[in-house]
Ligand binder design. Structure first.
Ligand code: 3PG
Length: 223
């Protein structure tokens, strides 16, 4: 079986490089999608992951992919099977993130329009993706799966693999992850706290994102 094409590899790596901080967003009201995205964009965020954990996710992806400027990449997260993958693509997702891997998901990602960022927590999972040509992975749940030390250890046998760790990352640890050579981006929910979203505190969310980007500037500007 043919593996992941170079084009697919570049496309998912480009999504991560456009981060480097990626809000992981679960929406409970479709009406929040645009003002939330505007606040994040104003702060300098360029990649948004909308998780398929609520019924509002697909309509929000559809809306945002039509309304936001082309340089903003809106993707779908928490995609766990090919059926959800197809729905995310139909809604306009520019990339797809899975929390873990299954053979069917990895296989679907090989020829999908929206490139896949498969989730792994162990070397053996990584190797299942690696043998199909995947070179960019979500490392999830990062903090409880070894965190920074695990990522440093992965770089020995897999120097050509890049990661986007998520799960347990907060503003005060994001930069430490981003400082690693094999980390292209970090993601998490700390940028869009549920309490601020439900209160419509868009200014507060923009401030949080600005602070996160500014505090990681050295790492964030890495070519
Ligand atoms: C994810 O899907 O990446 C996680 O839910 C993010 O985890 P966090 O809430 O610890 O940031």
């Amino acid at each position: 079986m043919a593996g992941l094409s170079d084009d697919q590899k570049h496309r998912i790596a480009a999504v991560l490089a456009a981060g480097p901080i990626i809000p992981v967003i679960s929406l409970h009201r479709t009406a929040d999608a645009l003002p939330l995205a505007d606040a994040l964009l104003e702060a300098g965020i360029r990649v948004l992951e909308i998780t398929l954990r609520t019924p509002q996710a697909l309509p929000a992806i559809e809306l945002l992919s039509k309304r936001l400027p082309a340089e903003v990449r809106v993707g779908a997260g928490t995609v766990t099977d090919p059926a959800a993958y197809r729905q995310a693509e139909s809604a306009g997702a520019r990339f797809v993130v899975s929390p873990g891997i299954t053979p069917r998901l990895l296989d679907y990602g090989l020829t999908a329009n929206a490139p896949l960022l498969p989730g792994v927590a162990t070397v053996s999972e990584l190797m299942l993706g690696y043998e199909l040509g995947y070179r960019s992975f979500k490392f999830f749940p990062a903090a409880v799966s070894g965190g920074i030390k695990a990522l440093q250890a992965f770089s020995g046998p897999f120097p050509d693999v890049s990661f986007c760790p998520t799960g347990g990352i907060r503003q005060n640890t994001a930069c430490e992850y981003l400082a690693l050579d094999n980390v292209l981006a970090v993601g998490g929910t700390w940028l869009t706290p549920e309490s601020r979203v439900s209160a419509g505190d868009w200014a507060g969310i923009a401030r949080l994102a600005k602070e996160s980007l500014a505090s990681c500037r050295g790492q964030a500007d890495r070519p």
